[in-house]
Design a protein around this ligand. Structure first.
Ligand SMILES: [Zn+2]
Ligand SMILES: [Zn+2]
Length: 136
């Protein structure tokens, strides 16, 4: 599906509140952290947060990191490829990367098995450049 929405234009109030909160976070943000931040703006129920996050994922401007149970804004809303998230176990920084070959291999695997992929995300845990260097 082309013709993806550019964030600012079409978001509902709740969507932009949640999206902004994610963008301001240095790290992926959990649902209850969002709830804490957005309570004063009228988002009081976890269900509201979860529903809004689902919508943002649907719009392809947010990703859910399953291993952290947290959400992060997409670094490039135009991508069709499988994002690879490098997650630092020490400082918690998350970097979204892409690899064409990896993406097309994932598509091949799906095609071969007749599986229709809905979405795919790869999460790699380890230590980022900075933490690795400071450890010596
Ligand atoms: Zn992305
Ligand atoms: Zn780190």
């Amino acid at each position: 599906m082309k013709n993806k929405l550019r964030s600012e234009q079409v978001l509902t109030r709740n969507q932009s509140l949640v999206f902004e909160a994610l963008r301001k976070g240095k790290h992926p943000v959990g649902a209850y952290e969002l709830l804490d931040q957005l309570r004063e703006h009228g988002l009081k129920a976890p269900l509201q947060i979860y529903r809004t996050l689902d919508q943002l994922i649907e719009l392809k401007i947010v990703h859910r990191l399953e291993s952290l149970n947290a959400w992060t804004p997409c670094c490039d809303a135009e991508h069709d490829s499988t994002p690879v998230f490098a997650i630092c176990n020490d400082c918690g920084i998350v970097t979204e990367c892409f690899d064409e070959n990896l993406s097309s291999n994932i598509q091949k695997i799906s095609k071969r098995s007749g599986f229709v992929a809905d979405r795919s995300i790869i999460e790699i845990h380890g230590r980022c450049d900075q933490c690795e260097t400071s450890q010596g």
